[in-house]
Ligand binder design. Structure first.
Ligand code: ADP
Length: 177
């Protein structure tokens, strides 16, 4: 058996996904309830290329995925061109606009820029299968779930780093840990 391959078979999506236990939580957007200002703050306080959209912080149920670039461009455009869109406007990824206070500012609807079916694997999916999916589908990132709850994200770079780490390991520790 080729040791590297053996390890890849035994590592799981949960071993490679971010965040690690000690990392800050996954940066997610909720499908409603966040303001334009809050979304901008979140996006600008990180360098991530994309953000999962969830039903709510409590449920962590996955709704879609938005790219950082698309978010920033859309918000910028809306602020310039869409009358009434201000920092306090609610950002909405749902199909229908939720009820708002009568004096609430114009909401910003962003469902159009969301990928409605981002690729997901479960936390227990073996990495060799995940790598295969990345290769065959040309993915840039994949989300990781457990019982329908969003747990983390794996990017192409995360996989490449993981493979490089594995290649440097002592074969004994690979086979017997
Ligand atoms: P890349 O891995 O190509 O640098 P990113 O800049 O999107 O892509 O991600 C940098 C790191 O942060 C990766 O390890 C990735 O798993 C993690 N990451 C990506 N998106 C998020 C997010 N929304 N919340 C938390 N971590 C993320």
């Amino acid at each position: 058996l080729e040791p590297k391959e053996e390890f890849e078979h035994s590592s799981l999506a949960v071993d490679v996904m971010r965040p690690r236990r000690s990392d800050p939580a996954l940066a997610v957007l909720t499908q409603e309830g966040m303001t334009v200002g809050e979304v901008e703050t979140l996006v600008e306080s990180t360098h991530y290329s994309g953000f999962p959209v969830v039903v709510s912080q409590e449920s962590q149920r996955l709704v879609g995925f938005v790219l950082r670039r698309d978010l920033l461009i859309s918000i910028d455009n809306a602020r310039k061109r869409q009358e009434g869109v201000v920092s306090a406007s609610q950002v909405i990824f749902t199909e229908h606009t939720p009820a708002q206070a009568p004096d609430a500012p114009t909401p910003l609807r962003l469902r159009g820029i969301m990928d409605l079916s981002p690729f997901t694997v479960t936390d227990h999916t073996p990495m060799d299968i995940t790598v295969d999916i990345f290769r065959k589908l040309g993915l840039r990132q994949c989300l990781v779930t457990h019982n329908g709850r969003l747990l983390g994200i794996i990017t192409k770079k995360d996989i490449l780093k993981h493979m490089a780490q594995m290649a440097n390991r002592d074969p004994d520790s690979i086979l017997f840990n």
